[in-house]
Design a protein around this ligand. Structure first.
Ligand SMILES: Cc1cc2nc3c(=O)[nH]c(=O)nc-3n(C[C@H](O)[C@H](O)[C@H](O)COP(=O)(O)OP(=O)(O)OC[C@H]3O[C@@H](n4cnc5c(N)ncnc54)[C@H](O)[C@@H]3O)c2cc1C
Length: 461
């Protein structure tokens, strides 16, 4: 077999590409993965999930320490710079990268450096003209921030979610345009640092896909921390000045702050991928259409991760990559459909959910009931002092089947997986009964499930 011929070629080393490459290698296939950036791990490791979550953790720990009565009593008022806070992120990125490098080496998957471009449906070429062939392909090229025409992203006061990671001087104020997950997460982080934040939302509510009660809680807590939120606004233009940047809105409002962060939308990385040579046309956001098996319109070419659009999460991208590889390898009995994806939103407070919302269940006329547990009533939350939060379980009032779990507060993104595990059980093991009849460690945050289940069950008559 030619050195340049593989069973599968994967384009991109983010979670989508890694999931696909590792799964295909485990199935005994000869796989190669292509990466154009000089480090592996994708946007996830270098510009997205990992740096933002590591920065969030640094800010949280720094602020918790600085605000502790003990430190205050010593008269200490240090202001850590963003560069200092980012330093820990740097070491995590390095660890993540070397761990992933190890995965490819151990599984004998060569990482070929360069921009891969389709020449025909079975051949890709890299910058130096070398061509590689395969029976199957997985396109996992990820996405980047969408940049509208007319905004000068080279101006030192105007940032997007990639360039904000290079910010060194701590601004006194920031306007964030776009209140999706990334916008809300950065709004929380900057506010936690004591920076004045304007959050401009193009829609009527924050994160409309969430349960209404959680949306209300998020809006309340962001405002309570001092974030100024503007809904239903559209940007007209952004001007950079020496002393700051001005966001002009179509409504006539003008917001001047030290910097502006553009966080409104992302585009798939489909340029120079040679899609025209294989008969694929992405939509205007650079997304490639796939079917349930993640096949594009060319059946031996799959796509996974941000490049296929919603939900654009690292968690889903990895599973989609694996699902595509399993299908391509003909593992029909183990093929997965990547559905029921939980949300994990690292705002302050943290938010997580799985399953249906009250709005969806009401629209579908499902007879459901709801059980709540407020964190402030849990012993564990009282001990740790992290009392902001709530867990709610939505369940069918006759079968008691769990239909949705929605949570905000400390560790919400971890806690949600307990509910997910029970929801995933086949009937009749996917009901409220598990939480009513199981002994939980005490004191724990998991106890919220028992409290919410009993609270909901008491409403059933
Ligand atoms: C600020 C921020 C915070 C986030 N936080 C979270 C979070 O908390 N949880 C979560 O689940 N998700 C989060 N995400 C989303 C997550 O980062 C993405 O969903 C995930 O990275 C998508 O993975 P991917 O494999 O599709 O693409 P990527 O991770 O972007 O990887 C794509 C790779 O393909 C390479 N590539 C592109 N084109 C080519 C080519 N032609 N040839 C060779 N290589 C190519 C790129 O260089 C890149 O390395 C966040 C995103 C951002 C921006």
């Amino acid at each position: 077999m030619s050195l340049n011929k593989f069973d599968m070629i994967v384009i991109g080393t983010g979670p989508g590409g890694e999931g696909a490459a590792m799964q295909a290698a485990k199935e005994g296939r000869r796989v190669a993965v292509f990466e154009r950036y000089n480090h592996i791990g994708g946007g996830c490791t270098h510009w997205g999930t990992i740096p933002s979550k590591a920065l969030r953790f640094s800010i949280y720990t720094a602020m918790e320490t600085l605000n502790s009565p003990f430190v205050k009593s010593m008269g200490l008022r240090p202001h850590p710079s963003l560069a200092m806070l980012r330093a820990s992120a740097r070491s995590i990125i390095t660890k993540q990268e070397s761990m992933r490098q190890n995965f490819y080496e151990r599984n004998q998957v060569p990482v070929i450096r360069g921009q891969a471009r389709f020449v025909d449906p079975h051949t890709v070429e890299i910058d130096d003209g070398t061509q590689y062939k395969a029976d199957n392909f997985v396109i996992a090229v990820g996405s980047r921030p969408f940049r509208p025409d007319g905004v000068d992203f080279n101006h030192p006061k105007i940032f997007d979610s990639d360039t904000i990671l290079e910010l060194n001087d701590r601004p006194h104020s920031i306007t964030i345009y776009g209140a999706g997950v990334i916008g809300c997460e950065y709004a929380s982080m900057f506010r936690n640092l004591g920076i004045k934040v304007n959050l401009v939302n193009t829609r009527e509510k924050l994160l409309e896909f969430l349960d209404d009660e959680i949306i209300d809680a998020l809006s309340y807590h962001l405002r309570d921390k001092g974030i100024l939120i503007r809904h239903n606004e559209q940007f007209a233009r952004i001007e950079g000045h020496d002393d700051g940047a001005v966001l002009y809105l179509e409504s006539g409002k003008q917001l001047k702050t030290d910097i502006v962060l553009w966080a409104n939308g992302r585009s798939g990385n489909v340029e120079n991928l040679g899609l025209e040579n294989i008969g694929l046309t992405p939509n205007k956001r650079g997304h490639i259409k796939v079917n349930e098996q993640l096949q594009t319109d060319v059946e031996h070419i799959y796509a996974a991760g941000d490049v296929i659009g919603y939900p654009s999460l690292a968690s889903a991208a990895y599973m989609q990559g694996r699902a595509a590889a399993l299908h391509a390898c003909g593992c029909v009995d183990r093929c997965m459909k990547v559905t029921d994806i939980p949300t994990g939103i690292y705002t302050s407070p943290e938010i997580s959910s799985i399953g249906q919302t009250e709005r969806e269940l009401t629209a579908a006329k499902v007879p459901y009931e709801v059980g709540h547990s407020q964190f402030k009533s849990l012993a564990r939350a009282q001990i740790t002092g992290r009392t902001v939060g709530m867990l709610k379980i939505l369940f069918h009032r006759e079968s008691l089947e769990i239909l949705g779990v929605h949570c905000f507060g400390a560790n919400a993104a971890e806690i949600i997986h307990i509910g997910q595990a029970i929801m995933k059980q086949p009937p009749p093991n996917n009901t409220l009964d598990y939480f009513i009849n199981t002994t939980f460690n005490y004191p724990t945050m998991a106890e919220a499930y028992r409290v919410a289940a009993l609270n909901g069950y008491n409403r059933v008559f």
